[in-house]
Structures are given as structure tokens and as C-alpha cells.
Write a protein of this length. Structure first.
Lengths: 252, 409
């Protein structure tokens, strides 16, 4: 099976400090991988470097999306290739309506793919249908991007974007944080709907709660900028039971 | 640069020629006190040296344009509208909407001396320049209790003969009007618009000033009596030194003033706008929101002063000025000022200057939107709050977008 994401020996620096210190990770088509770890272990850095966030620089190693080296590509090009990052803290953009934003994003993807962008009416229908599956009120599409949204609405808006943009690789950065149980189930359903033989998911999470709803094929534990242990979903349950101290102590 | 003295001499010579062209206005021109024209370094002309305006006034009145990148097509009002010539000449009195009368300034029964009495010539001494060279003007009067159903359009596409003009709009108690004022000027201009809102009168005023290669000084002076309501939407593109003064005096009680504005400067444009709002009556409310965008090597200046006089109790005054500096080469000056002499008032003001937000930019790009489109979307979002509703707002949005197209936004 060919890999969708291949990371080798990755070292990443943020504001002068080395946050990732030799990460190796391979995600195949159809797979869901979870990255877990204590605060400050580098989980969000891993998510952001894949999407190409400014301020994060690769010091060594490589990131490949299928056969493409991502490191030198602009964030928009990565997105157009099929990489999607659900933000831990989605950004508010007052004055730009959610609908306008979603249409601009979908149009940009179509343009890059050389396909005809959907007409306005058709797109509105599509966006409303997707919003309904996430229990989002259609009015929410008229509001400014994430402007005044609750924590849960912001996270659901990320999933809405994922469903409309139809990426190949979805990197979800703590999408479960700040969600109550009902919202978590709705979001999990959205992620599960996205799963297919052709797509891949990288779930970054602090707690294993979400993994009860989105069952991962692999679980990796990131500590001090390195993956110190990998296993199946039982690893997440063990972490839940014993805490990160169990790993950090044995890793030391 | 031209100092005051030689400038005043030159003005006197020009005024003699004008005496022949428009004799009826000679009395008004004579009343100009040229010795009160400002000279030297002045705090209020820190960013637009007064001499640069004198230079411009003396320059050959050759029409100049700034290229065709900004659509020159005039804005079209929502609903019905009618146009009046700023010269006041050739108005067909029978064709005017009911309740509205209009005359040329030269023919008006209005006492010429009363004209300057309505303006604060101490604060705005450039009024004397306007007075000394005034060539024509328009007086509009809305009868008490009348609501003019269609929009009054004033199109100040200036010609050589109208560089110094004046428009006076007198709204009698309880009258209502919508005004669309447009400047697409290609010669140096010095213009004054004076508006008097009687008790309970209501005016919705949209002001558009296109980009111009010629210097301009313009004053909009408004007085509100009891319960009057004035809404001003002002859109100004820069150009050769452009200085706009807005003077709004809330004289009566329970007055209501709202200013929403956009100011843009690009390339080597210089735009300097100053707003003075004076609260004199009680229970007055003023709301000002002005968003500016500066790019290239332009200079964008804003000064907003709220003056709450003693006795103006229960005033509620707010002012926000936000400026987006798209290039580090653009110079931005903003200064909100408060002067308060009443003790029971609510007042808030704030000014910010910033660049495009990098997190917002990354968020858009992470969704596949190109950097150029992402910047354009953010700029559009920055202005969204300042556009009026309806098709007029849409037209303005489109023209502003086109104007920003060349800024790398």
C-alpha cells in the first residue's frame, strides 16, 4: 500500500527552539493515526508543520505527501494537493462571511484542479446540507468566519470545511478539545464520514476520549519531540488508565 | 512653496478679474479677510503644509487626471433621484420636487453676510480663500415638514470655472432629505458645503470623493438643532494633497449624528481628514467609525476631535479609527482627541494602526486560497462594516475593490 504521508527524521524549530527532534511517521491510505502526548511534547507543531504554518521551520528531515516533498510548498499549494488542517484554535475573520470564505476556498481548489467551480446556488445547497449533518444552523453560514462562534461551533466549522473541501489527508489538531459529549459525537460522525480507502487521518489529541468514537488504526505517543511508542488503540486505553507518566518514566 | 504674502497679492489680482465675471458675488468676495489666512507652521496643517495648498491654488487650472484604474462612472442613488448644478445656474424651478427650492447663490435672497456667519472662520481660515475667489454656488431649501422623496445628487465634477464654490442646504424643521454628493475632480478645488438642520430634520448624506491628481481643500460644516438626525457616509480616495475638514455642531438637545467612513491612500497620495464634533446641547449622541487603508508610499492622516462643551450633559460620543497599513513605506498618522467640560457624559475613542493579521492570512491560505486572494478578502472584510446597505453600498464596494486592486492587496 502506498503512503499518503511519509515523515522521516523531522526536526522542527519554532522561535529558535527545537520542538520536534527526529520524528518518523508513515500513514497509508485508509488509515487513521492518533498522535497523543503530554502538553508541550510537540503535537501541535507536528500538525502545523504539515500545513506549512509560517514561523515553523524544518531543520532536518522530510515530509512527503504521496510523492511530493511538502517542505518548500506554500500552504495554499499543500491545501490544493489535498492536505487539510483543522485548527486547534480556529481564527476569527470579522467582515468576511463564512459562506464567502467557503466558496472562495472551494473555488480555489477547483481552479487548481482545473475543474469548473460550482454555481452559487448549487454551492449554497451543498454547504447547507453539510452544515445540517453537523447540527449547524444555516444562519451560521451568513456570519463572519468564526466570529462570535462558541468553541464547539468553531470546531464544527472546521469539520464543515473538511467535508466541503474533500481533502486526502486530514490533520485534526485537538479537534476534541472544548467539546461536550454531544458535540464530540457529531464531530466524530463527520470524521468517520470522511474516512475511506483513499483518505487518511492524523488525529492529534491529548485525551483518548475522541478515540472511543473515531477508532484509530495506530496510536503514537509523542514525548519531547519524538515518537517514543507506537501501538494499536489499546495503547490509548493504557495511557488513559496509567497517565503519561507511565511512558515518560519508562522512556527516560 | 508659496508663502502667504505673495499668495494674498495674487488673490487680489484674480479677484478683480472675477468682479467682471460674477458681479453679484462681488460683495461676498470683498468680505474675505485675506490677512487671516494661515501662514507658517501650524499644528492643524502638520501633514498638509498650508503652502502646498496655496501652491496648488495658484497653479494653472489645467485639468489633470490620474489614469483610468479607478472607474470614473458616477454612483447611482437607490430609487429616484434628481440632480442640481453646483453653480445654481439654469435650474428649472418647476421641475424641482415638491418642498424643495433651489437658487444660484448670486440670486438667492439669503443675506450674503449670513453665509460666513454659519461657518467657524476662526477654526477654518481657509474659508477666506473660498470667499475671496468664489465664482458660484447653490442654495437649497427644504420646506418645514416636507420629506423629499427622491435623492438630491450633487455632482462636483469640477470645471475651470468652479474651483471655488459653495453649497448651502437649509433644512427647515421636520424636513427630510437624502443627499448623494460626488467629487470626481480634475482641477484644483476649494469647496464648502454648509448644512443647517432645523429641529427634528433628518438628513442621510453619502459623500464620495474620487481619486484626483489635483490638490483640494474641502469643508463640510453641519449644524444640528433639537432632535435633528444626521447620517454621513463618507468615502474618500486620496490624491495630490487632499485636505478634508468636517465640522459638526450638535447645538440642539437630543441630536443624533453618525459618521461612517472609508479613506484610502495609495502610491504617492496624500490624504488628510479632520473631523471636529462639538456637543453643545444635552442628550446628544455621536457615533463615528472611520476605517482607512494606506499602501505604497502614500500618507494617510486622520484627526478626530470630540469637544463636549460645559452644559452638554448626558452626551454619548464615540469615535473609532482603524487604519490598515499595507506597506511599511506608507506613512500613517491618527490622532483622536477628547475635550470634555461636562461631568455627566459617556465618551469613548480609540485609534489603531495595524498590518494584515498573519494568522488570518495563514488560515485562508491553509484552505487553498492564494496569498493575493487572501489579502484581498481580508481587506474587503476590513471595509465591510463601513459600507451602507443597498445597491449604493454595493457600487461603492466594487469601486473601492477596484481602487485597491492596484495596491497589491
Amino acid at each position: 500500500m502506498s503512503n499518503i504521508l511519509t515523515i522521516e527524521g523531522l526536526q522542527v524549530e519554532v522561535a529558535g527552539s527545537l520542538i520536534l527532534n527526529g520524528v518518523d511517521l508513515a500513514i497509508g491510505a485508509g488509515e487513521v493515526h492518533a498522535i497523543m502526548g503530554p502538553n508541550g511534547s510537540g503535537k501541535s507543531t507536528l500538525a502545523n508543520i504539515i500545513a506549512g504554518r509560517p514561523g515553523y521551520s524544518v531543520k532536518a528531515g522530510s515530509i512527503h505527501f504521496k510523492d511530493r516533498d511538502l517542505v518548500e510548498l506554500d500552504p495554499e499549494v499543500r491545501a490544493q494537493l489535498g492536505v487539510f488542517l483543522a485548527f486547534q484554535y480556529p481564527i476569527e475573520i470579522p467582515g468576511v462571511s463564512n459562506m464567502e470564505f467557503l466558496k472562495a476556498a472551494v473555488d480555489a481548489h477547483c481552479k487548481a484542479a482545473g475543474t469548473e467551480p460550482p454555481g452559487s446556488m448549487e454551492f449554497i445547497k451543498r454547504a447547507r446540507a453539510a452544515a445540517a449533518t453537523l447540527d449547524l444552523n444555516p444562519d451560521f453560514l451568513k456570519r463572519g468566519v468564526n466570529e462570535g462562534f462558541s468553541g464547539g461551533e468553531k470546531k464544527r466549522n472546521e469539520i464543515l470545511q473538511m467535508l466541503l473541501l474533500e481533502p486526502i489527508l486530514a490533520v485534526l489538531d485537538e479537534t476534541d478539545s472544548g467539546l461536550d459529549i454531544d458535540a464530540m459525537q457529531t464531530v466524530a460522525e463527520g470524521i468517520n464520514r470522511f474516512r475511506s480507502a483513499d483518505t487518511a487521518v492524523l488525529l492529534v489529541t491529548h485525551y483518548q476520549r475522541l478515540l472511543n468514537y473515531v477508532v484509530p488504526d495506530f496510536v503514537h505517543v509523542l514525548v519531547g519531540g519524538r515518537i517514543v511508542r507506537s501501538g494499536d488503540r489499546t495503547l490509548a486505553l493504557k495511557l488513559e488508565e496509567k497517565g503519561y507518566g507511565w511512558i515518560t518514566d519508562s522512556a527516560a | 512653496m508659496t508663502a502667504r504674502e505673495p499668495f494674498v497679492e495674487e488673490l487680489a489680482t484674480r479677484a478683480q478679474t472675477l468682479a467682471v465675471q460674477a458681479p453679484a458675488l462681488a460683495l461676498l468676495r470683498k468680505s474675505a479677510r485675506l490677512e487671516e489666512l494661515p501662514a507658517g507652521k501650524l499644528e492643524s496643517f502638520k501633514y498638509t503644509p498650508i503652502e502646498s495648498l496655496y501652491d496648488a491654488a495658484l497653479a494653472d487650472p489645467e485639468p489633470r487626471t490620474v489614469g483610468t484604474d479607478v472607474p470614473e462612472a458616477p454612483l447611482v442613488a437607490d430609487g429616484n433621484s434628481f440632480e442640481l448644478p453646483v453653480s445654481g445656474i439654469g435650474i428649472d424651478a418647476d421641475a424641482l420636487p415638491p418642498g424643495l427650492a433651489a437658487h444660484s447663490l448670486a440670486e438667492s435672497s439669503l443675506d450674503l453676510q449670513l453665509l460666513n456667519a454659519g461657518l467657524d472662520v476662526v477654526r477654518y481660515p481657509l474659508v477666506h480663500l473660498n470667499t475671496s475667489l468664489i465664482q458660484d454656488g447653490l442654495v437649497v431649501r427644504i420646506a418645514a415638514g416636507r420629506r423629499v422623496a427622491s435623492t438630491l445628487q450633487l455632482d462636483l465634477a469640477s470645471t475651470e470655472t468652479a474651483t471655488c464654490s459653495r453649497v448651502v442646504i437649509i433644512m427647515e424643521p421636520g424636513s427630510e432629505l437624502r443627499l448623494l454628493e460626488q467629487h470626481h475632480q480634475s482641477v484644483v478645488a476649494n469647496r464648502i458645503l454648509e448644512i443647517r438642520l432645523g429641529a427634528n430634520a433628518k438628513l442621510d448624506h453619502t459623500r464620495w470623493q474620487g481619486r484626483s491628481a489635483c490638490a483640494a481643500w474641502q469643508l463640510t460644516s453641519v449644524v444640528l438643532e433639537d432632535d435633528a438626525r444626521y447620517r454621513l457616509d463618507a468615502f474618500t480616495l486620496g490624491g495630490a494633497p487632499h485636505r478634508n475638514d468636517f465640522h459638526v455642531r450638535l447645538v440642539g438637545d437630543r441630536t443624533d449624528f453618525t459618521l461612517t467612513g472609508v479613506q484610502l491612500s495609495r502610491d504617492t497620495d496624500k490624504l488628510d481628514q479632520q473631523v471636529v464634533v462639538e456637543h453643545l446641547g444635552q442628550h446628544g449622541s455621536s457615533r463615528q467609525r472611520i476605517h482607512g487603508i494606506a499602501s505604497g508610499k502614500s500618507r494617510l492622516s486622520f484627526n478626530g476631535r470630540i469637544h463636549i462643551h460645559a452644559g452638554a450633559q448626558h452626551t454619548d460620543a464615540r469615535l473609532t479609527n482603524r487604519i490598515l497599513q499595507l506597506d511599511s513605506t506608507a506613512q500613517v498618522n491618527t490622532k483622536p482627541e477628547l475635550e470634555i467640560y461636562a461631568d455627566d457624559v459617556q465618551c469613548a475613542h480609540g485609534a489603531t494602526v495595524g498590518q494584515l493579521d498573519l494568522d488570518q492570512l495563514f488560515y485562508l491560505r491553509s484552505r487553498g486560497i492564494s496569498e493575493a486572494s487572501a489579502r484581498a478578502l481580508l481587506v474587503q472584510g476590513f471595509l465591510a462594516d463601513c459600507l451602507p446597505e443597498g445597491t449604493l453600498g454595493e457600487q461603492i464596494g466594487r469601486v473601492l475593490e477596484a481602487a485597491l486592486g492596484g495596491t497589491g492587496a
